[in-house]
Design a protein around this ligand. Structure first.
Ligand SMILES: N[C@H](CCC[C@H](N)C(=O)O)C(=O)O
Length: 279
């Protein structure tokens, strides 16, 4: 099985072009194997680039390092867009990509025939508690109290197609991210588990984020998470609609557009190497 390793600000996945390769028999098991940083390729998960069954240019299927499938992946979608363009599946600077959150539109900045930066219309955030889904009170729950591992947090919950729990803190320390990430991820208040963002507000237009991902643990970046942070910052009155978000692996530009209600996310996408996985 031919694969390509790609990364978006350090959020790295193994990508398989299922326009050419057969769809894996057991993608969940394959995700666990390739993701292993000692016994596999090493990645935050597996992303399959498939023909769309809804008339889009391609369909992204995304599996976390633990084999669970997610509806959406923001950094992954930029890389899928770059792959679809650069490898000639469709050589257009604008693409429509199918995800578990519907068909999303991406715009590519192309230099010397290759996509370098990608702007994704991430769609509208989902704010109804039952659809996030969460049992926290409020639709959406904004600045509500959540208890995990014996500690109370003030959280805001948002879905970008996948669920997020955003926590604004004075400092996103190892103690918080590594000590509480998994407890919040698996809290009974989130029936489908949750991705967790610990966020420092630097100004109304600038934040710093660390991410504990559902199914993959701490990652260097999370694009849906950064989008959820943009929305949570506005909902809780902490930030403006346009922010720069500094993640461990690099920066994303975000905007929650007032006119159309959609979140726009811009950042780089990089191809690292290709190889063959024995099957
Ligand atoms: N890193 C990804 C998110 C993966 C989300 C996944 N961990 C989930 O279970 O929803 C991103 O850039 O959006």
């Amino acid at each position: 099985m031919r694969f390509t390793k790609m990364q978006g600000i350090g959020n790295d996945y193994v990508y398989v072009n299922c326009f050419q390769e057969p769809f894996p028999r057991d993608p969940a098991e394959l995700a666990k194997q390739v993701s292993d940083r000692h016994f596999g390729v090493g990645s935050d998960g597996l992303i399959l680039i498939c023909p769309s069954n809804q008339g889009a240019d391609a369909w992204m299927r995304m599996f976390n390092a633990d084999g669970s499938e997610s509806e959406m992946c923001g950094n992954g979608l930029r890389c899928v867009a770059k792959y679809v363009h650069d490898h000639g599946i469709k050589k257009s600077p604008q693409l429509r990509l199918q995800t578990g959150n519907g068909i999303l539109t991406v715009d590519l900045e192309v230099k010397n025939g290759k996509a370098e930066r990608v702007r994704v219309n991430m769609g509208k955030p989902i704010l109804e508690a039952e659809k996030i889904p969460t049992k926290l009170v409020g639709s959406p729950p904004v600045n509500v109290t959540l208890e995990a591992n014996g500690r109370q947090f003030e959280v805001t919950a948002v879905s970008m197609g996948n669920p997020h729990c955003v926590i604004f803190v004075p400092a996103a320390t190892d103690e918080l991210v590594l000590g509480f990430g998994r407890h919040i991820e698996t809290s009974p208040l989130f029936p489908k588990r949750v991705n967790v963002e610990f966020v420092e507000v630097l100004s109304r237009g600038e934040v710093r984020q660390r991410t504990w991902e559902r199914g993959s643990g701490e990652t260097l970046a999370c694009g849906t998470g950064a989008s959820a942070v943009c929305v949570a910052g506005v909902l809780s009155g902490r930030t403006d609609r346009r922010i720069v978000n500094h993640l461990l692996g690099g920066d994303l530009e975000l905007e929650w557009n007032e006119q159309d209600g959609c979140v726009y996310k811009t950042g780089p996408a990089v191809e690292v190497f290709s190889g063959d996985w024995p099957e």
